[in-house]
Write a protein that binds this ligand. Structure first.
Ligand code: ATP
Length: 492
């Protein structure tokens, strides 16, 4: 931006000088010298930039052993890398060398770790860069950087007497998105073309075999030319870990942390459905910080539980709601919790009125076994839990508040899911061709049925709600077990 303003200002100055009748020749020469200096600095910066990428030490300490929950991805990757390791056999069979491996998956699942471990496995040099480092305002700069990167990888491998090199491009969608789509598309296209040319030039009998590894969260954005066989020949999916995967990752990150006897990592893995490896790393770290704040020499289960809340909801907030608001929040969360126990006994993990992130309170459930498919009954039960906060407010306080807007939004989305999956009374329908009025009618019907069910249930629970609310206002946080014992005491 600054550069564009400077160029504009200089041109305006020259025009002004010409109009005012000044001799602009010395000024012109000065500008020329300035431009030359600028260009030299640019190219030096560029070299520095790429050397910066290349000067990262070969990653020798990261192996596949420190990556948890990605057994399938690791096996696939190992198989691909064996092509590089056993090149004699590959040459003998006339196999075309593997040029590129694309790692796709959500953020924080370990794609960069896999690339580093791959370099270690093949004993090659490792150079990493991000797609955004290549693209500049000026056409040609990115392409030049790509050429330089490949040359640097080869030179560095030769210097270290290595026979292979891995170039890792993170966020490859910035550099390799579909051509012709960017405003500044000349530069983007040239950069991508150069990458394609460089990949085409990789041969099995090169003295240094270069393998390009790239990572993206948006494989759908990549240009088809990049995805065709002969370029990124293999796609390795790096998904969110399942329960066993989360257990393995937690074990890895808890290795250097003193855990107390009451910690069962299996339980933590169970409660962290949807967490990525990066979330789990952050969770163990936050738990250790909480233990330190409390001056404990060990990390207790409560620290891990609070860290889960922190990773899901965010940092505790300073804002304190008024007494009435706090009471309403406690009623609302108790409503959610009672409905959760109604549809799935034993499901409440924590109930709190501590404001965190954007929420004034929350109820967290134990996740069940990792589910990937849902029945209508399961989804309806979820809607019931979502609506229960607002229903409890109406039952106990006599009116509702805006605190439930987010719950309603989620409930509508879940009802939509039921209809789209053909699980509603409408049967199998195309959501797009369904009339707006029909969509509304069916969604409303699904929500009304659950609201009625929850209302009937909570009408009978006013007393127990008040007992739990009192406890919650007193202690700020009630664990699932305490919550259940309060309900049982009331029933007994
Ligand atoms: P992004 O797509 O955002 O670039 P990524 O998939 O490349 O993310 P990494 O940078 O590899 O993710 O992971 C970030 C950190 O999260 C790692 O340094 C590590 O501490 C932790 N982590 C992520 N996945 C795993 C895993 N499978 N096993 C162990 N640790 C992991």
């Amino acid at each position: 931006m600054l550069r564009e303003i400077s160029v504009g200002f200089s041109v305006a100055l020259i025009i002004f000088a010409v109009i005012a009748g000044y001799d602009i020749f010395p000024l012109f020469m000065l500008a020329l010298a300035g431009g030359a200096l600028f260009f030299i600095a640019q190219s030096k910066g560029m070299v520095k930039n790429l050397n910066g990428a290349s000067s990262k030490k070969p990653t020798t300490n990261i192996t596949f052993d420190v990556i948890g929950g990605q057994t399938t991805a690791i096996n696939e990757l190992r198989e691909c890398l064996d092509f590089i390791k056993h090149d004699e056999h590959v040459k003998q069979l006339g196999i075309r060398p593997l040029k590129g491996i694309l790692l796709t998956g959500p953020p924080g699942t370990g794609k960069t770790l896999l690339a580093k471990a791959a370099a270690n496995y093949t004993d090659g040099v490792f150079m990493s860069c991000s797609g955004s480092e290549f693209v500049e305002m000026y056409a040609g700069v990115g392409a030049q950087r790509v050429r330089k990167l490949f040359n640097n990888a080869r030179e560095k491998a030769k210097k270290q007497n290595k026979t292979n090199a891995i170039i890792f491009v993170d966020e490859v969608e910035i550099l390799g998105s579909k051509r012709g789509q960017n405003n500044n598309h000349m530069e983007y296209d040239q950069t991508l073309n150069e990458l394609l040319v460089q990949m085409d030039g990789l041969k099995v009998d090169d003295s240094v075999r270069v393998l390009v590894m790239a990572a993206t969260n948006r494989a759908d954005m990549l240009d088809d030319a990049l995805m065709r066989p002969g370029r990124f020949d293999r796609q390795v999916k790096v998904d969110l870990p399942d329960r066993q995967g989360r257990y393995e990752i937690l074990q890895i990150h808890a290795k250097n942390k003193p855990l107390a006897e009451d910690v069962d990592i299996n339980n933590v893995a169970k409660e962290t459905f949807g967490f990525s490896g990066a979330h789990l790393e952050s969770l163990t770290n936050e738990a250790a910080i909480l233990a330190m704040r409390e001056k404990c020499s060990k990390i207790y289960y409560r620290h891990l539980q609070e860290a889960v809340d922190k990773v899901i909801m965010g940092e505790k907030m300073d804002k304190r709601p008024s007494k009435d608001e706090l009471h309403r929040v406690a009623v609302h969360e108790t409503g959610h919790a009672l409905a959760s126990e109604m549809v799935r006994p034993g499901s409440v993990s924590t109930l709190t009125v501590t404001p965190r992130g954007g929420a004034l309170g929350y109820m967290r459930q134990h996740s069940e076994d990792d589910n990937y498919l849902y029945t209508r009954e399961y989804l309806e039960n979820q809607i019931a839990v979502m609506l229960a906060g607002s229903v409890a407010e109406k039952t106990v306080i006599g009116n509702r508040s805006t605190g439930a807007s987010n719950d309603f939004e989620k409930a509508f989305q879940t009802a939509e899911k039921i209809i789209k999956a053909g699980l509603s009374d409408l049967g199998i329908v195309s959501w797009e061709s369904l009339a707006q009025a029909d969509k509304y009618k069916e969604t409303k019907k699904l929500l009304n049925a659950q609201e009625k069910k929850v209302q009937e249930y909570l009408n009978k629970k006013c007393q127990v709600i008040n007992i739990i609310v009192e406890k919650l206002l007193d202690k700020e946080k009630v664990s699932g077990d305490e919550f259940r014992s309060l309900i049982e005491k009331k029933i007994a």
